[in-house]
Design a protein around this ligand. Structure first.
Ligand SMILES: [Zn+2]
Length: 277
């Protein structure tokens, strides 16, 4: 067996689920393969022709609570900073599986993730979506990709900024489509023009921006009770301001539809611009 002193540090510095080749203390040439597996760290050196294995300690309840507390503290810390939370990890090979899966469910693979500028923030265990306006960072949203209704921590963490005139805008088109979340606006922006309200509330500041745009507006919120109620409120206010508007109702959130389905809901019958799906 290889002495753990000669390889365990390297194995522990490897992303979970990954292996890599490094130098062993027997010489250069990266003869040592170390891996960080689900329940153990392992090593094998081709020159020494020996293996090593160390079982991982199972996380105790108190350890889990301590980790959670650290992540909560990170949530508070990052919400107070101007600029993007760091460190920024854009290499999806290092991300935990659930982070990649969350974006894949919204049809966002590596090219889309790069276009969005999405990245993994390990200290808070969240995916960060930056929001730019005219090329300037104005906001970001950090999502817990493992979040469920049973979670003890918030689904999103956001910086403490004035949201009055804030929207996340993607693409361009003859009609502005209002969505709840950033990924939905991004997906609409692949075909037309998507604006995320970052929730279901249309602020007076954003309403003023819509008036300035002089385009018809489609309201496409999520298909739940909150989305339906907000759609009614928003269309009433748009009509009161003389903005032509309509409501799009789909069976799922816009981000969960295929590009083809998005185009159908938008009433676009020309072929998709880039690769269709
Ligand atoms: Zn060796």
């Amino acid at each position: 067996m290889l002495d753990p002193k000669s390889w365990l540090d390297a194995a522990q510095a490897t992303a979970e689920g990954k292996k890599r080749r490094v130098d062993h203390d027997c010489g250069g040439g990266r003869t040592l393969i170390v891996s960080n597996q689900d329940r153990k760290w392992t090593a094998f050196c081709f020159r020494c022709d020996e293996a090593g294995i160390v079982e991982k300690p199972q996380e105790s309840l108190s350890a889990r609570i301590a980790r959670r507390r650290t992540e909560d503290e990170q949530d508070e810390r990052i919400a107070a900073v101007a600029g993007l939370p760091e460190p920024i990890d854009t290499d999806i090979a290092n991300w935990p599986r659930e982070a990649v899966v969350w974006l894949l469910k919204a049809s966002c693979g590596a090219p889309e993730i790069a276009q969005l500028g999405a990245y993994w923030h390990a200290p808070s265990a969240r995916v960060v979506l930056p929001v730019a306006d005219d090329g300037e960072l104005v906001y970001w949203q950090a999502r817990d990709p493992s979040w469920t209704r049973k979670s003890e921590r918030p689904k999103y963490v956001n910086p403490e900024v004035n949201k009055e005139r804030l929207v996340a805008r993607y693409g361009s088109g003859d009609e502005i489509v209002l969505t709840e979340d950033i990924l939905s606006a991004y997906r609409v922006g692949q075909e037309g023009e998507g604006w995320s309200l970052l929730g279901t509330n249309l602020t007076n500041g954003v309403l003023a921006r819509l008036i300035d745009e002089r385009k018809p507006v489609a309201v496409w919120l999520d298909p739940d009770a909150a989305g339906r109620k907000a759609s009614r409120d928003i269309t009433q206010r748009l009509s009161a301001c003389g903005i032509p508007n309509r409501v799009i109702r789909s069976l799922r959130d816009p981000k969960l539809l295929s590009r083809r389905q998005v185009r159908i809901e938008l009433g676009l019958n020309t072929p998709a611009r880039a690769e269709d799906s």
